[in-house]
Design a binder for this molecule. Structure first.
Ligand code: GLU
Length: 276
């Protein structure tokens, strides 16, 4: 059974790029007689505005999509904490008290997930009274589980290269899990078989593949779709003037027609799919 999901973070309203992502995931499931899930990823600290979730549901209904909603991430914190404790006890995580500014001041290499952590707290005991994140000791993890492969329905079989991203954060200072840990655990708990999302998250998948191996989770397939970009080639964002789906809905636009147009890759106002 094909199970896909749309997993928006309620940090801001949904726009056309999200609509495209939801339609792609919905149709991949429905065409295969499978299930399409909605999961609200609402653990992004103060950026999370859970009240937006209701607008997201209205947006999906307006597009004519049918979904099953699974529990929001904020209801699953105990699961994340248990998995993090297990990884910590097995020696795969270490405490890190470095601030973003400290890391930047070390002139780190920039990888797919941003600044690659130079491992400072791995070799010096972190001060116990400072707030700490938990980082994955990637070299140690890979020594035990690697090399790993994963399969993208569009791009084919990939060799995971998570060292490229370095010792990523697994438990944030301000949140009981990072996106990587929460999404990986949830996709397994929700029985997702085809993780459908934008290409901007392609480079996160090797990290998720390592977590699956460490935590003995089932390995899904992935479908990373191309992103929508505006006339200047930039990712859509409300701050660059892309109207939100709620704006379009409230202006009386026909959502069913919009979903049909997205399926046909007919995009309004100079918007197109980014070239691969
Ligand atoms: N919550 C993420 C976002 O809104 C998507 C995560 C995913 O699809 O894995 O960007």
């Amino acid at each position: 059974m094909t199970v896909t999901r749309f997993a928006p973070s309620p940090n801001g309203p949904l726009h056309l790029g999200h609509a495209y992502s939801a339609v792609v995931a919905h149709d991949l499931a429905k065409r295969a007689g499978g299930r399409f899930l909605l999961r609200i990823e609402d653990i992004d600290g103060p950026r999370s505005r859970p009240e937006l979730a209701e607008a997201f549901r209205r947006d999906l209904a307006w597009l004519g999509l049918e979904w099953e909603e699974v529990p929001a991430q904020s209801t699953r914190l105990a699961t994340y904490a248990a998995a993090a404790q297990e990884l910590l006890a097995r020696g795969y995580l270490y405490r890190c008290t470095c601030t973003r500014a400290e890391i930047v001041s070390l002139g780190p290499r920039i990888g797919s997930q941003g600044a690659v952590y130079p491992g400072t707290c791995k070799t010096r005991p972190p001060e116990p009274d400072k707030p700490a994140a938990l980082r994955l000791d990637m070299a140690r993890a890979l020594a035990d589980v690697g090399p790993l492969e994963w399969e993208d329905a569009v791009a084919g079989v990939q060799r995971a290269d998570p060292l490229e991203a370095g010792d990523v954060v697994i438990v944030r200072k301000d949140s009981p899990a990072s996106y990587h840990l929460a999404a990986t655990l949830d996709d397994a708990a929700d029985s997702v078989t085809l993780v459908t999302r934008g290409e901007d998250l392609f480079a996160a998948t090797p990290i998720h593949r390592v977590l699956q191996a460490l935590l003995d989770l089932p390995v899904p397939r992935w479908h990373h779709h191309r992103l929508l970009v505006d006339a200047s080639g930039q990712k859509l964002a409300k701050r660059r003037g892309s109207p939100s789906l709620a704006d379009r809905r409230e202006a009386g636009e026909d959502g069913l027609l919009l979903a049909e147009q997205l399926r046909l890759h007919r995009f309004p106002g100079g918007i197109s799919l980014a070239s691969a």
